[in-house]
Design a protein around this ligand. Structure first.
Ligand SMILES: [Zn+2]
Length: 414
C-alpha cells in the first residue's frame, strides 16, 4: 500500500473509535475512547520505525533520528481528541498525514535532522474549557493554577481525569521542552472555513493565526410596563444593545481590509417578557485579527461607539474584558518554502489566514512554525458531517512531505 492509501486507511480506522449514533466521533480528552485512539496511533508510530514516548500530559512524541548529531528536530503533528459528536478530519487528518509523510521520508533515506511526529493531548476545549492545552504545556505557556481547578460537566477535575488515565498533574512542569530542541513545527489541518472551496484550491498556506479580544458588555436601562410607559420616557436596554450590535458590525466592516472580524455572538435580554420594556441587556463581543495593532484600534473604535451610545440613550454601557490573545504570524521563511514546494509539486495553493486557534500557535514559542490547510466541504467543522476529499488530503500530504524534507535537509539554524 502506498503512503497515501496508508493515510486513508489510518483515518478510516480512527473514524471508528468513539463512533456515535450519527456516525460522528466522541473522543473527549482523557476518556477511554481517546485512550483507544492514542494506543492505536502509538502502535502505528512504532510499526513505522519511530521511537515513541509520552510526556507528563500525554503528548505523544515519535522520533526518527537524523544523520547529523546536534541539529534540532523538525516536528509535525496534530491532535486526536474531538468535540462531542465531532467529525473525522479535524486533528486526525494532520496526525495521519504527519506519520504517512515520515514513513515516506524514511524510505527516501536518512535526513540530516531528526523528525518528530507529535500528537498533542487535549487540543479541544470541549471537556475542560481549556483549548490547545497539550501544546501550551509543551511550550511552557500553560496556566496550571487555572487548569488545576478546571472541571468537566460531571464535576470531574482535570487532575482526577488525568489520574484515571495514569497521568500525574503535578508532573506537568516537567513536560515543557527547551528552546533549541525543535527547529520548527509544521501542522497540516483541514481549513474549517470555505475559502479554499470558494477559490477552487486544494490547499492553503497559512500566513497567520488570528487571535481574539473578548468582552462581556452590560447595559443597564430600566424595566417598565410596555403599555403605560410613553415612548419618550423609556430606558430600553435592548434598543441600546441593538445599536451596539450594528456598531460592532460597522467596525468589523471598516477594519475588514486589515483582516479584522467582529461578532456579537450572544445577547441576553432582561427580564425578557413581551410586555416589559427591557431593563437590562448583556452581550458578548468576539473581535479577531491577525495584527495586534489593528485589533487594538478596532477594539478602541467599538469602545468609542459604545460610549457614544451610552450618552445618546442615557444609560450605562459597561465593558468587562474577558481576555486578549496575541495573533501568531507563521515564520516567513517557512511560508516561502511551502510556496516554492507547492509550485514545484504543481499543487495550486493560496496564502490564507486561520480564524481558528491551533496547537501551532503555541509551538511558535519553541521554534519556527508553519501550517498547511486542506479544503473542507462547506467549511463545516466540529460537526459529524465534516468532510475533506481524499484527493485534497493527498495533495496536503504531498506538500507536507516535501516541506518536511526541505526543512530536515537545512543545515543552517539551530
Ligand atoms: Zn483541530
Amino acid at each position: 500500500m502506498d503512503d497515501k492509501n496508508w493515510m486513508m486507511e489510518a483515518l478510516k480506522h480512527l473514524s471508528r473509535i468513539g463512533r456515535t449514533g450519527q456516525d460522528g466521533s466522541n473522543r473527549l480528552a482523557f476518556t477511554k475512547e481517546d485512550a483507544e485512539a492514542r494506543a492505536y496511533f502509538k502502535g502505528l508510530m512504532t510499526e513505522s520505525g519511530l521511537a515513541v514516548r509520552e510526556d507528563a500530559f500525554g503528548n505523544i512524541i515519535g522520533r526518527l533520528e537524523g544523520s547529523e548529531p546536534g541539529l534540532a528536530a523538525v516536528a509535525t503533528g496534530s491532535h486526536l481528541d474531538t468535540v462531542p459528536n465531532g467529525g473525522h478530519y479535524d486533528g486526525m487528518a494532520g496526525c495521519a498525514a504527519s506519520l504517512a509523510a515520515v514513513r515516506s521520508l524514511r524510505r527516501r533515506g536518512t535526513l540530516r535532522r531528526p523528525l518528530e511526529v507529535i500528537v498533542f493531548q487535549m487540543e479541544e476545549s470541549s471537556r475542560f474549557s481549556l483549548a490547545t492545552f497539550g501544546s501550551k504545556v509543551m511550550a511552557g505557556k500553560a496556566d496550571l493554577d487555572l487548569a488545576r481547578r478546571a472541571k468537566d460537566k460531571e464535576g470531574i477535575s482535570l487532575p482526577d481525569a488525568m489520574r484515571a488515565q495514569g497521568y500525574d498533574f503535578e508532573a506537568l512542569p516537567r513536560a515543557g521542552r527547551k528552546k533549541g530542541e525543535l527547529a520548527c513545527f509544521v501542522e497540516m489541518h483541514i481549513e474549517q472555513s470555505p475559502i479554499l472551496e470558494e477559490k477552487g484550491l486544494p490547499v492553503g498556506i497559512v500566513t497567520a493565526i488570528a487571535a481574539p479580544i473578548r468582552s462581556r458588555v452590560e447595559i443597564t436601562g430600566k424595566a417598565s410596563h410596555s403599555g403605560s410607559t410613553v415612548m419618550n420616557n423609556r430606558l430600553d436596554a435592548l434598543v441600546t444593545a441593538a445599536d451596539l450590535v450594528l456598531a460592532v458590525r460597522a467596525v468589523g466592516n471598516r477594519f475588514s481590509r486589515r483582516e479584522i472580524v467582529a461578532t456579537v455572538g450572544n445577547l441576553v435580554v432582561r427580564p425578557g417578557a413581551m410586555n416589559v420594556v427591557p431593563g437590562g441587556a448583556e452581550l458578548w463581543i468576539d473581535l479577531r485579527g491577525t495584527s495586534r495593532e489593528a485589533m487594538d484600534e478596532a477594539q478602541a473604535a467599538i469602545l468609542k461607539a459604545a460610549e457614544g451610545l451610552a450618552a445618546k440613550h442615557g444609560m450605562p454601557v459597561v465593558f468587562h474584558p474577558l481576555g486578549a490573545d496575541d495573533p501568531v504570524r507563521m515564520t516567513p521563511g517557512i511560508v516561502d518554502l511551502m510556496g516554492e514546494a507547492s509550485r514545484d509539486l504543481r499543487i495550486p495553493s493560496t496564502p490564507i489566514v486561520s480564524g481558528a486557534g491551533h496547537d501551532t500557535m503555541n509551538m511558535a514559542a519553541l521554534g519556527e512554525v508553519g501550517m498547511i490547510f486542506v479544503r473542507n466541504r462547506d467549511g463545516l467543522s466540529h460537526h459529524h458531517e465534516e468532510y475533506a476529499a481524499p484527493e485534497d488530503l493527498m495533495s496536503g500530504l504531498d506538500l507536507l512531505t516535501e516541506t518536511l524534507y526541505r526543512l530536515a535537509m537545512r543545515a543552517e539554524g539551530s
